[in-house]
Write a protein that binds this ligand. Structure first.
Ligand SMILES: [Zn+2]
Length: 334
């Protein structure tokens, strides 16, 4: 099986997802035109709602397919305008008559998904194919700090419990903790709030988020074990609570499958490099039920989730050619 998704972000580009579906069709047509017969059928999939832009959560089609999400429950989810997913889905199906219905969870011998990289590594390294070794792990934390509100003019610094300064100390210490010469750790504080938010009151409360990612479970777990102790050590007399609302461990793709992509790109003479995926994909869910691999192609300046998303025809063709070669090998094998 090959494919990807066709939905996008509110201001997304035209390659994220769509390339894996259109590229999959190209590969199937090329295989048919070449008169190649395979022992196994090759199926193309367009997973529903990977991005989660209109209906949350995302990665829904593959999540339902592998049995991690309940189908009926997803149908009742509403978009911002109150449209039920079940109704939107029925409309989509009605507009594409003649497509045979498939059951969820049918066995898949192997799955290969082509996708734009959505990052700058291939472009920087002057490579055309990213041989994706897995999907990096990701966890989220919410750190809440409470101190004491006080008068900014009269309260001596020594006796203050300043939640904002504690939060700043924590973020600095966490930045030191996650410092990485190889630039592989991804540490982001995307939300930072201070209360009550008045210039002449010492802040009594603060909250910040942490998004932490790494492709290796060992490294990620080591860092995760330090998050709360580092926050507590930098609390400056304030109370701290640390929650972890999300923890998705890293995924390592089947090494035989990764080798197929590496070998076929090599056989076609296309410059390739191994790399983990920084973003999540349907392939992550599918890898739970079938040997899985991904093929990345470069996108201009690594830009994605942006209308300016772009990729060159020759790179896209190289990715589709690699995909076709992988599909032929995988569908033929006994
Ligand atoms: Zn995508």
């Amino acid at each position: 099986m090959t494919g990807s998704h066709l939905d996008s972000q509110p201001k997304g580009g035209k390659y994220d997802g769509a390339y894996g579906v259109v590229g999959g069709f190209e590969a199937l047509e090329a295989i048919e035109r070449a008169g190649i017969e395979t022992r196994r059928p090759i199926e193309l999939v367009a997973w529903t709602n990977e991005e989660g832009g209109r209906y949350q959560p995302g990665v829904m089609g593959s999540g339902v397919f592998v049995g991690d999400m309940n189908f009926e429950a997803q149908l009742d989810i509403l978009d911002r305008d109150g449209v039920r997913l079940g109704d939107a889905l029925a409309e989509t199906l009605a507009s594409t008559p003649g497509i045979a219905r498939r059951s969820f969870g049918f066995p898949i011998a192997s799955y290969v998904e082509a996708h734009i990289e959505q990052g700058p590594r291939l472009e920087n390294e002057n490579k055309t194919i990213g041989v994706v070794t897995g999907i990096q792990g990701m966890c989220w934390y919410i750190v809440e700090i409470s101190g004491d509100e006080a008068h900014a003019g009269t309260a001596p610094l020594r006796s203050r419990r300043d939640a904002a300064k504690a939060a700043v100390s924590m973020v600095s210490a966490l930045e030191e903790l996650t410092a990485d010469e190889t630039d592989t750790v991804r540490f982001t504080v995307g939300r930072f709030e201070v209360g009550p938010g008045s210039p002449n009151t010492v802040p009594g409360s603060a909250l910040f988020s942490i998004d932490l990612r790494h492709p290796e479970a060992r490294v990620l777990e080591k860092l995760m074990a330090e998050i709360e102790p580092v926050c507590r050590a930098n609390a400056r007399g304030c109370d701290v609570s640390v929650r972890r609302p999300m923890n998705t461990p890293p995924i390592v793709f089947n090494s035989t499958m990764v080798d197929v992509v590496r070998r076929q790109a090599g056989a076609l003479g296309i410059p390739a490099m191994d790399m983990p995926s920084g973003a999540g994909h349907d392939a992550g869910y599918v890898s739970r039920v079938a040997p899985t691999a991904m093929i990345f192609v470069p996108c201009a300046k690594g830009l994605s989730h942006n209308e300016a998303e772009s990729a060159t025809p020759s790179d896209l063709a190289a990715g589709a050619a690699t995909l076709a070669a992988c599909l032929v090998e995988l569908a033929d094998k006994g």
